[in-house]
Design a protein around this ligand. Structure first.
Ligand SMILES: Cc1ncc(COP(=O)(O)O)c(C=O)c1O
Length: 390
């Protein structure tokens, strides 16, 4: 073998079966080969286990899929390249022309875009309600044959809580699938509810360190099986290296989430006691209108705190710029704290009624709470509030 051939066929290193790496290696290979064509065909026909092409399956992704499905209490998972890809891919795979989707005003902006513009291009209609509109939910599900209801809880950014049992009971009765973007609440929450499909942005708490993007669609295996061919054909695959980093992030998922929740509660109590803060949105506060519901549905209250300054855009920006430990940045769930000032919170396309339901005002800011020292965070918030109103 000449060296020009050798570099394309490097020596194989086989690890003995009784000699395992503690951290699974990254299978950074697009292709997997069987010894003969017959076995390849048997694999492609579903007759044996294995891997062939990483767009449809890869061992590094498989390990993460098994882990996340088990954490969420389901037996099927499909990984894609971002959280938004889970929303687009799942809804496109589940809906066809003429279907109807129930979506919510308080949902993540790109989710609303996907329903209102992307699905609409393919003849899928929708109703857009407030997540608090229980009568509206019952009315739409009874009056209009609805393919799926797509919801979040806590909502982004003002942490409204969906009444999950109410929604899933009416959806089940009318043959509507429920799709929950469970990114904010995490894999350890909501698995016990009768929810058909969970979506997660792995960019947030799973990776945890703000350095990799990914998404997971989690459901019972038959449902994943129904969606798999359509989604794999769209090609939104997660890269094995990204899956490895997310898998590594998951080692500290519970520790991080617990610490972030404790910090979030301390931050929300501090803000609530500040004279320049008009209102704090955090489900862990007894004053949150759905505190009791959150307590029933979740094992904790999440890591996002929003609040309304007794002021407008100018003071909001000054406050965000004066913070030393919170960066002005998108996303949530990283180890470092982040802030989004009012003008960056989106919702520009809301009608006046939708804006009122969204509870986002000119003074609303969103904080994503990290794992820093609690006192450092409180001191930083205090000095920034002083500066904003100096
Ligand atoms: C609730 C929710 N779902 C989905 C996403 C999208 O995730 P990604 O940024 O990984 O596409 C986000 C991002 O902020 C989010 O907040």
């Amino acid at each position: 073998m000449k060296n020009t051939t050798l570099v394309n066929h490097p020596p194989a290193v086989n690890i003995p079966a009784d000699n395992r790496p503690l951290v699974a290696p990254i299978y950074q290979s697009v292709k997997f080969s069987f010894d003969d064509a017959a076995e390849t065909l048997r694999y492609l026909a579903g007759g044996r286990e294995g891997f062939f092409y990483s767009r449809s399956a890869n061992p590094t992704l498989k390990q993460l899929e098994l882990l996340l499905a088990q954490l969420q209490g389901r037996n099927g998972c499909l990984l894609v390249g971002s959280g938004v890809a889970t929303i687009a891919a799942a809804t496109l795979a589940l809906c066809k022309q003429g279907d109807h989707v129930l979506a919510f005003i308080e949902s993540y902006g790109p989710t609303r875009y996907i329903v209102q513009h992307l699905l609409a291009k393919y003849g899928v209609t929708h109703s857009l309600l407030s997540i608090e509109d229980r009568d509206g939910i019952e009315r739409v599900l009874s009056a209009t044959r609805t393919r799926l209801a797509l919801f979040e809880s806590p909502t982004n950014p003002v942490t409204k809580i969906a009444d999950i049992e109410h929604l899933t009971a009416h959806a089940r009765r009318t043959g509507c699938l429920t799709v929950m973007d469970n990114t904010f609440a995490g894999f350890h929450n909501h698995g016990g509810f009768d929810i058909d499909i969970f979506l997660h942005s792995l960019t947030k708490y799973a990776s945890g360190h703000g350095d990799v993007m990914g998404g997971a669609i989690i459901a019972r295996s038959e449902l994943i099986g129904q969606m798999r061919k359509d989604i794999v054909s769209m090609g939104p695959t997660l890269d094995p290296h990204a899956a490895f980093l997310i898998q590594r992030g998951m080692h500290t998922y519970f520790l991080r989430y617990e610490r972030q929740c404790a910090n979030a509660l301390a931050v929300s109590r501090f803000l609530q006691s500040h004279r320049r803060v008009r209102r704090v949105h955090y489900p862990g506060l007894e004053t949150h209108p759905q505190h009791a519901l959150a307590k029933r549905q979740m094992s904790d209250f999440g890591t996002v705190v929003s609040f309304e300054l007794d002021a407008g855009f100018e003071e909001g920006n000054r406050f965000a710029e004066a913070l030393g430990l919170f960066s002005i940045a998108a996303s949530v769930g990283s180890t470092e704290s982040l802030v989004m000032p009012p003008q960056l919170l989106g919702g520009q396309e809301y009608t006046p009624e939708q804006r009122a339901a969204s509870l986002i005002t000119r003074g609303t800011l969103r904080l994503s709470i990290g794992i820093e020292d609690e006192q450092d965070l409180l001191q930083d918030l205090e000095q920034a509030l002083d500066q904003a109103f100096a």
